[in-house]
Design a protein around this ligand. Structure first.
Ligand SMILES: [Fe+2]
Length: 309
């Protein structure tokens, strides 16, 4: 399975191809350009400070991509057989263009959840760093498979990651796993540890507490790790934020992590610059492979999260 766009000679506005569990979509460039021209007067400051302009971007995207484009994205994300859209816009090499495109798509899905920065989107730039403050910024180790959404007031149904720049980056592939392909799911589901409702949150003295408290009431969320609903396998595994209370609980979490990380069905593929991954957060886990050491490494992802009301 690849995160690159399958070759095609189609000139349809939105060429779509399902490959295994991923639905690839490639809007043609001329239509993207028309969409961008229609919103050229909207600035990034406008988008940050005037919330309604974000939905105007979404509306304009529908005008050029087709009225059913947003519904199609929502149906892909909610389809248990896929739950994953990869949209290939192309490399514009321009931050504001990428933000406008990502804003339009996210607001076709649902209103995004605010980031700790207070903004509705976040940009994570990974550079060479021997002492990163956060795991997400650590270039040379695996960023372990996990789901997003920690606290009770920020459930996350969908996540979007758009690669907006990459220099001197070898490795760092996206790592993804759909729960239907998780070979240890049934075994772990039936373990005693999976009957525990774990608490997800942060201790008040954790240095990350203040950052998250800007966008959350910090009430812990309680959940089993694996769940099944109408034959859908689901997972909540925000590994950095599970507050275990005993050795037995920690051993169970460790078992889950080892089973996830060693699963042969993990997809490990580079996401092209200018492409966007949208995942259902209840049955896909995501992570990142290590980069090769490079003093000039630089790779940025724009991310947004949201939930369906
Ligand atoms: Fe994440």
């Amino acid at each position: 399975m690849s995160l690159s766009f399958p070759s095609d000679t189609s000139d349809s506005i939105l060429f779509e191809k399902k490959l295994s569990r991923m639905v690839h979509i490639r809007p043609i460039n001329s239509v993207i350009q028309k969409f961008l021209r229609s919103i050229e007067k909207i600035t990034i400051d406008d988008l940050k400070l005037i919330p309604y302009k974000r939905f105007i971007c979404a509306h304009e995207m529908l005008s050029f991509f087709g009225d059913d484009f947003g519904d199609r994205l929502v149906s892909i994300v909610n389809d248990y057989n896929t739950g994953c859209a990869v949209i290939h816009f192309g490399d514009f090499g321009d931050l504001s263009t990428n933000i406008k495109i990502a804003t339009a798509v996210s607001h076709l899905l649902s209103k995004p959840i605010p980031e700790p920065s207070g903004n509705y989107y976040g940009i994570t730039t990974v550079v060479h760093n021997n002492e990163p403050a956060f795991k997400i910024l650590d270039p040379y180790n695996f960023f372990s498979l996990h789901t997003d959404g920690i606290f009770s007031d920020n459930p996350v149904d969908w996540i979007m990651m758009m690669k907006i720049e990459e220099e001197n980056a070898i490795g760092g592939e996206s790592r993804l796993l759909h729960m239907a392909d998780f070979d240890s799911f049934e075994h772990i589901y039936n373990l005693k540890g999976n009957a525990i409702k774990f608490s997800f949150g942060l201790d008040a003295k954790d240095r990350r507490y203040d950052i998250f408290s800007k966008v959350s009431n910090m009430e812990k969320a309680y959940s089993n790790i694996l769940k099944k609903t109408e034959d859908r396998r689901q997972i909540k595994f925000v590994d950095q934020f599970i507050l275990t209370e005993s050795i037995n609980e920690a051993k169970f979490i460790n078992n889950v992590q080892m089973a996830l990380e060693s699963c042969e069905a993990i997809i490990s593929e580079p996401l092209p610059v200018g492409s966007m991954l949208i995942l259902n957060n209840s049955f896909w886990v995501h992570g990142r492979a290590p980069f090769e050491r490079n003093l000039n490494l630089r790779r940025s992802l724009l991310r947004q999260y949201g939930y369906f009301s």
